[in-house]
Design a protein around this ligand. Sequence first.
Ligand SMILES: Nc1ncnc2c1ncn2[C@@H]1O[C@H](COP(=O)(O)OP(=O)(O)OP(=O)(O)O)[C@@H](O)[C@H]1O
Ligand SMILES: CC(C)(CO)[C@@H](O)C(=O)NCCC(=O)O
Ligand SMILES: [K+]
Length: 243
Amino acid sequence: MILVIDVGNSRIKAAVFEDAILLEVFAFTKIELQKNIENILNKFEKVTHLVVASVGDVEKQSFLEFNSQVNVCFVSNNDPFPFHNKYSTPKTLGIDRMVLAAGAVLQFPYQNRLVIDAGTCITYDFIDDQNNYLGGAIAPGLRLRYESLHLYTAKLPILELENPNTLIGNSTFDSIHSGVVNGVVFEIDGFINEYKTKYPNFIIILTGGDTVFLAKRLKNTIFANSNFLLESLNQTFQYKNQQ
Ligand SMILES: Nc1ncnc2c1ncn2[C@@H]1O[C@H](COP(=O)(O)OP(=O)(O)OP(=O)(O)O)[C@@H](O)[C@H]1O
Ligand SMILES: CC(C)(CO)[C@@H](O)C(=O)NCCC(=O)O
Ligand SMILES: [K+]
């Protein structure tokens, strides 16, 4: 049994796997990290490995203190991945994006794939049918857009994510919701349509904290899976052990 941990920019997600079967998912903050790992290890006594992929700023030591109970492994850019990395700065490529690309290759073999992770940032990652990881894009996520409008203006309030009533916002609230939510939806559909002019066929995987909210609003057909990064982390670890 394996406990995988995805340290994101805003929060931490974890999942327990028995081989390929996902048993339970957890989400918590940095401050609650140790307590949560402790609880998970108590609940799932058969966990032998703790597998961490981190783009956040959590000390390695916070995980290493569980070393006496389980094997602690950190997924890094130097690990074996099932694709050819064509990024021109592979050392600066986010480990979350590498894990997503690995999951896309292992779960959807022999096809072009676009992975969209709608989290703190929205990342786009394209892997072609020859398993070349080509790169993609990094844009601000939904919550980050609401926050930056508030932080970098004098008058705009902070709003919670909400379905926009209209395209043409006719109040400050409606204008912000339209700008943020419609903006992201148009952006994602726009990216997909632009990719289609270059690659006629590819599958699209949508994941991240805003998956459910966005999936029903997109025009394009996608595989929506909030747990895709956690599943991919489990697969990346299995892949490494088979090398
Ligand atoms: N408790 C929560 N905390 C933060 N964001 C949340 C929460 N619940 C839902 N969300 C939504 O999820 C998005 C953030 O996604 P996610 O939790 O995947 O980010 P993250 O933990 O920073 O991971 P990553 O760094 O991989 O993007 C936000 O835009 C927000 O709308
Ligand atoms: C883009 C984020 C912040 C998304 O979590 C992460 O993947 C990251 O820190 N990436 C490093 C830059 C890059 O991927 O090129
Ligand atoms: K993300």
